[in-house]
Design a binder for this molecule. Structure first.
Ligand code: DP6
Length: 340
């Protein structure tokens, strides 16, 4: 009368950013986005779910602290998965009645400012799908209801989230552009930039941008479609210099929109801007683009580079940041998997 599953799911870092929703409760975006799923061993969430006929309550524990199970996002994910399992009859009916205890944790400090919601919700939804035997079913649309960026962590390698056009969001799903094995020497390096200031979160920041930024409309209509196209081509061709250029331009435009938002959302700090300058200077003096930066809703830099340049870039990074605060996420090769 007890069933348990444990799964892990990786973090992903967007190279074409998702920013802005057309539907807040279903989490439907105003633009396509594209990301790289990082190595599960370095940066991931781990979730254990126990279903038991004798449990009297549903419980969610996140990083050792009890969360409200009634939280809208958690509720949506659980309800959707159960509805699909009931529809397909994928598991015994009684199992869907049993209460569940969920325990989830990240193997990286949330304080590192990395998007823990992406791996967290991807892991929750993936684990629920294992529990109710929804293997091989499309679940990225359900992960999306937990956190938009989570839908991309369902797949490994290079992943696109198509915004979709349907009102119910059924076509707002993620798919793999290329597996990690397609470009095995692409490497990721995360520079943790300390920052004490409280920032506005992605959810409310992007809502504010949609209402107040003029620039966001231009981005969505005129920039993102072409960028998705060039980025996909760059990945197919393993063209690092093109990949790097589009990545950096898109990060810069995303932060320009954040500043165009009113009141502005300021995510990058002086150190982040210094990193940007140093990287352009580094690429220029090396005579080729060896490294690309991208920043999410925080001051940390995520660097993309080829393996053959890791040593060179690390020595340069250590030179400008002697205090050893970079976290290296080995390679790009994670997917959600059953853990035990
Ligand atoms: C800047 O997925 O955290 O990281 O859908 O409201 O949960 P919600 O937002 P979230 O936003 C991520 C924004 C970003 C860009 C990206 O990952 O594409």
């Amino acid at each position: 009368t007890q069933l348990s599953v444990t799964c892990i799911a990786p973090v992903n870092i967007a190279v074409i950013k998702y920013w802005g929703k057309r539907n807040e409760s279903l989490i439907l975006p105003i633009n396509d986005s594209l990301s790289v799923t990082l190595s599960t061993a370095d940066l991931c969430s781990k979730t254990k779910i126990i279903a038991d006929a004798k449990f009297t309550d549903n419980v969610m524990i996140l990083n050792g602290k009890e969360e409200n199970f009634e939280n809208e996002r958690i509720q949506r994910c659980v309800k959707e998965i159960k509805a699909r399992a009931a529809e397909l009859g994928s598991c015994p009916k009684e199992l869907l009645e049993w209460k569940i205890h969920i325990e989830s944790e990240n193997n990286f400090p949330t304080a590192a400012g990395l998007a823990s919601s992406a791996s967290g919700y991807a892991c929750l939804v993936y684990s629920l799908a294992q529990l109710y035997d929804l293997k091989k079913q499309e679940i990225s649309d359900i992960a999306r209801m937990g956190s938009g960026s989570a839908c991309r962590s369902i797949y490994g390698g290079f992943v696109q989230w198509q915004k979709g056009i349907q009102l119910d969001g059924k076509d707002s799903i993620a798919f793999q552009v290329a597996p990690a094995s397609h470009w095995p020497d692409l490497h990721v390096l995360i520079l943790v930039v300390n920052d004490s200031k409280k920032k506005i979160g992605s959810t409310s920041g992007m809502a504010r941008s949609v209402v107040t930024s003029e620039l966001i409309k231009y981005r969505v209509e005129k920039c993102v479609p072409q960028r998705i196209h060039s980025m996909t081509q760059a990945i197919k061709d393993r063209d690092f210099s093109k990949f790097a250029e589009v990545t950096m331009k898109d990060s810069n435009q995303f932060h320009a929109i954040c500043l165009d938002t009113f009141p502005p959302c300021v995510y990058m700090n002086d150190v982040s801007h210094e990193i940007v300058n140093y990287i352009h200077e580094f690429n220029r003096t090396e005579g080729e683009t060896k490294v690309a930066y991208t920043f999410d809703a925080g001051p940390n830099a995520c660097l993309y580079l080829l393996e053959k340049n890791v040593k060179r870039v690390l020595s340069f990074v250590n030179h400008i940041f002697p205090n050893d605060n970079q976290k290296s996420a080995e390679y790009v090769r994670g997917i959600p998997v059953e853990y035990e």
